[in-house]
Design a protein around this ligand. Structure first.
Ligand code: URA
Length: 440
């Protein structure tokens, strides 16, 4: 078998055999296939796409290229949730405890933030003492005893994806739907959960800019998950507007705690209830509407907040912070952006909102950057809202005064104001499963 022939076949739009795909992925990981040949293959996929069978075989080969997490020491059905990325997305912090409070099991390995999207691990580390590096034994015990544990990724999963992603990044092949689908699903399949709920975001703050592309990505990921024997469903959610009202590590943890207390922003609360219910439903706890009622009840009766506090304590964090949000460090500097005239917000470029939070210090420009846990943005008004002269549009926080000045002028580029009220956008747009697409 020769990589040259595989590239040529893909270039001509012919379907690769399972053996050819395995040969290629294994050869790339062991170094016998060089970057220049893999680059040519990636570009051929970019233009010619992949069949469902090619995609499944490639994803499984990528899954098997690294460690495969074994969660069998945890009893019950483990359901994972994964988002394709967004700004203000602190959903895992709420969904994990809610599902645990309703008797589900969430064994979650999360990542750090890079670029304009934040990472769950950075958010959790803003709680003093919280350890993301507990032992495997502690991780299993915590999920068995509490129902939820969130840790950093320690296993070397999907080695092929790590190498391929770095190559895609420098060959302009990141934005290929089959390559994104195999990248995400290889890691999800290797992460050990039994079932998967995907949140495929769409809009100015997401990889996918159109609903059509988001549905296409979601459908491919659902097909891969089901093909690999794991029930998989996806929601298409709106990332044309930041999720909730807070962006930044401390600020997002506080918003998650407020949501667990029943006082979350409507859009964020809606997503948390829907995803918790879906995870419970997949775990066999009831029909979706029954699970929604259970999830709401877990918030109303305080049991979800208690689960969050139990998880934090079990991982070495100071649980007093969960019951007294004033304990979180405050930024040294803050500045309000004040409206200069009466108008509506017609559009917010969510990627610019995310990049503003990176300028403030909340995210990482490069992997090695330090994070300022106190940095971030509070949005007092969002797309579709009317603002009066003198209203606060947003407030920016940082430990570095100069960064605030730079960030405010950058953020202003991301807004469009006008005198027409635009329609409020839906938060959850569609549901994708093996039965097809349902618009919500
Ligand atoms: N996230 C991933 O893990 N992979 C991609 O290709 C894109 C987003």
């Amino acid at each position: 078998m020769r990589m040259y022939d595989i590239i040529d076949k893909k270039k001509k739009g012919k379907e690769l055999s399972d053996e050819e795909i395995r040969y290629m992925i294994n050869g790339y990981v062991d170094g016998s296939i060089p970057d220049y040949q893999m680059s040519a293959f990636l570009m051929a996929v970019y233009y010619m796409g992949m069949s469902d069978n090619e995609l499944l075989e490639m994803t499984i080969a990528m899954e098997k290229s690294g460690d495969i997490v074994d969660l069998s020491a945890i009893s019950g059905i483990k359901v994972d949730k994964h988002s394709t990325g967004g700004v203000g997305d602190k959903t895992t912090l709420v969904v994990g405890p809610v599902v645990a409070a309703c008797g589900g099991k969430v064994a979650k390995m999360s990542g750090r933030g890079l670029g304009f999207t934040g990472g769950t691990i950075d958010k959790l580390e803003s709680i003093p003492g919280y350890r993301i590096d507990i032992s495997e034994r502690e991780f299993y015990d915590n999920v068995n005893n509490i129902g939820v544990s969130i840790i950093g990724q320690s296993a070397e999963i999907a080695t092929a994806d790590k190498k391929l992603y770095a190559l895609r990044d420098v060959t302009a092949t990141v934005d290929s739907i089959p390559l994104i689908a195999s990248s995400i699903m290889s890691k999800k399949l290797a992460s050990g959960s039994d079932k998967i709920v995907l949140d495929v975001t769409v809009g100015s703050g997401a990889f996918m800019k159109s609903v059509e592309d988001a549905i296409s990505l979601a459908s491919k990921m659902v097909t891969i998950g089901e093909g690999a024997g794991k029930e998989t469903v996806a929601y298409i959610t709106n990332m044309d507007i930041p999720l909730g009202v807070s962006v930044g590590n401390n600020l997002e943890v506080i918003e998650a705690i407020e949501t667990l207390n029943g006082n979350g922003p409507d859009d964020f609360n809606e997503i948390c209830i829907q995803f918790s219910a879906e995870m419970l439903c997949l775990a066999g706890k009831g029909k979706i509407e029954e699970c929604k009622i259970m999830a709401k009840e877990a918030i109303n009766n305080g049991s979800a907040l208690k689960k969050f506090s139990d998880m934090v304590q079990a991982q070495g964090g100071n649980k007093d912070y969960i019951y007294d949000i004033d304990m979180f460090d405050k930024a040294l500097y803050s500045e309000k952006w004040i409206a200069e005239k009466d108008c509506y917000i017609e559009h917010m470029d969510t990627e610019i909102c995310g990049k503003t939070s990176v300028i403030l210090g909340a995210g990482r420009e490069i992997k090695e950057s330090d994070v300022d846990y106190t940095a971030g943005i509070k949005f007092y008004k969002k797309t579709g809202d009317f603002i009066k002269k003198g209203d606060v549009i947003a407030e920016l926080f940082s430990s570095d005064k100069d960064k605030i000045k730079q960030a405010i002028s950058f953020l202003k580029n991301g807004y469009r104001f006008g005198d027409k009220q635009v329609e409020k956008q839906k938060t959850i747009i569609a549901f994708v499963s093996s039965s097809g697409v349902v618009f919500l």
